[in-house]
Unconditional design. Structure first.
Length: 195
């Protein structure tokens, strides 16, 4: 499909999705992603279209994009949460959320949400994510000949009480769902279930 769309279209959509952006997380800048298609063959473009070849995406940018899918096209701007209660025990300002511009069309976000929810049900298993309405996608990023690939697991929770987007990346971890999916499940379980 990437070959049919062409490098210019692929690059334009990667940029529109914010996948090449640097985000400021509470004043800390993230590294930019890169999609470089100059002088590549059709076969290399095909690999780039599935996130391989020389593509780089900062995990924070991917998390923001997941948030946009889960939120109908716009994402919450990420921030560090140092504590959830102030010195008097009152909830801190967690609800002061700023949003990105539109990163994805709302109709497309809705379709992707359903596909990602189906991924969990049909491929990863809902038992791995107790009490969670989770939408996710795994990935395996090749990092060079003879090296174990990176494991990715990314998505979001469809829950107004815990509307979090997430990325779990295990460098040289192997398969995405089995390794990074387990990490994501454990962290999300603490957030959602308290254990």
């Amino acid at each position: 499909m990437a070959e049919e769309l062409g490098a210019d279209t692929l690059a334009a959509y990667a940029e529109k999705a914010g996948l090449t952006d640097s985000y400021s997380v509470s004043g800390l800048p993230t590294a930019k992603g890169s999609f470089s298609f100059d002088g590549i063959t059709d076969g290399e473009l095909g690999w780039a279209g599935v996130g391989q070849f020389h593509d780089t995406v900062n995990p924070c940018a991917l998390m923001v994009y997941m948030g946009a899918i889960g939120n109908g096209g716009k994402a919450a701007v990420p921030k560090l949460i140092l504590k959830t209660r102030d010195s008097l025990g009152l909830p801190s300002s967690l609800n002061l959320t700023h949003h990105t511009g539109r990163l994805i069309n709302a109709d497309t976000a809705e379709v992707l949400t359903e596909l990602m929810a189906n991924n969990v049900t049909e491929s990863y298993g809902t038992k791995r994510f107790p009490n969670m309405d989770i939408c996710a996608k795994s990935g395996t990023a090749e990092v060079g000949e003879g090296k174990t690939p990176h494991a990715w697991f990314t998505g979001f929770l469809r829950d107004e009480d815990t509307p979090y987007a997430f990325v779990a990346l295990v460098e040289n971890g192997g398969g995405g769902a089995s390794v990074a999916g387990t990490v994501a499940g454990r962290v999300l379980s603490v957030i959602v279930n308290g254990y």
